[in-house]
Design a protein around this ligand. Sequence first.
Ligand SMILES: Cc1cc2nc3c(=O)[nH]c(=O)nc-3n(C[C@H](O)[C@H](O)[C@H](O)COP(=O)(O)OP(=O)(O)OC[C@H]3O[C@@H](n4cnc5c(N)ncnc54)[C@H](O)[C@@H]3O)c2cc1C
Length: 294
Amino acid sequence: MEQPLLNRSEMVIFQPSSLKESLKILNENPDSVIMANATDLWPRIRNGEVSPKKILDISGLTSELSYVKKEGNTIKIGALVTVSQLEQESFLNEDRFSAFKDLISKFGSPQIRNMATVGGNVCAASSSEDFIPLFLALNAKVKLSSVDGERYMNIEKFVIGKRKINRRANEIVTEISFEDPGLGYRSAFEKIGRRNILIINLVNLAVVGKILENRIEDVRIAANRVKGKIPERAKATEEFLKGKKLDEQTLNGAKKMFSDELVLTDDIRASAFYRKALLLTMLERLLKRIGGAK
Ligand SMILES: Cc1cc2nc3c(=O)[nH]c(=O)nc-3n(C[C@H](O)[C@H](O)[C@H](O)COP(=O)(O)OP(=O)(O)OC[C@H]3O[C@@H](n4cnc5c(N)ncnc54)[C@H](O)[C@@H]3O)c2cc1C
């Protein structure tokens, strides 16, 4: 099928070289669409899904927004960190961050991992974005910067709808951060699509928790869909699990609770019935994994 032509002569692309300059341009041009490495945005422009007149290209800000660091107990990831860069971070070798390794191993292709940014993933805000459930399970915060200053928002409040984020028109997401849950915690992530690589997920699930001597001290569960089409925490299932022994009875109870909590709808990719069956099986598998089963 012929692609719609892009009329680039009608498109203004700003390419600032510093964050300060970017924030000034965005403040003066709040109708600009922010572009990081464009793996999500450019296909949407080509498909005619979005037709921005102005683009603020922030991909040149790597010296300011491409870092991973730990300050105190907080892990901070700059918005322009790519999936490949994150993969090199030594903190991912700790059991409590295994979910990142699970996620990255199934993320796109090597070419996409080299380009896709963590900030772009969170801001794309669709149920196809894999980092959002993991950041929800880690209680992550999003840092929003503008000419007026900086503010932090829990990711739960940031992703508010399908492709809807809680960002003011003059703000750029500059960082995603979360508290290191600490020793004793483990995490796991799984996604299932129609094939093994280059998958648009049908479902994904992230679990972060602390299970000591087979008792669930803490658990956080998030999926790309729980009550609608945006990633969310499964809080009723979390509450059900806390304090219980991780045994067959608890797993069955948790699956029943999760099944009641999931309000899914059929769509072109899969039926609600199939998605639910996958999520229930994945929940059991991931809980067993963070409980120590291989
Ligand atoms: C072939 C292919 C495979 C893919 N596989 C996966 C996969 O396995 N898992 C997955 O999760 N995703 C996947 N994606 C989707 C995409 O690669 C990711 O969402 C990526 O992380 C987006 O990052 P980006 O830098 O390319 O964002 P961009 O495309 O530049 O931007 C994405 C959106 O976020 C906004 N935005 C970007 N950065 C900021 C910022 N700092 N502040 C405010 N708004 C911002 C943009 O306006 C746009 O709406 C795939 C895409 C393709 C084309």
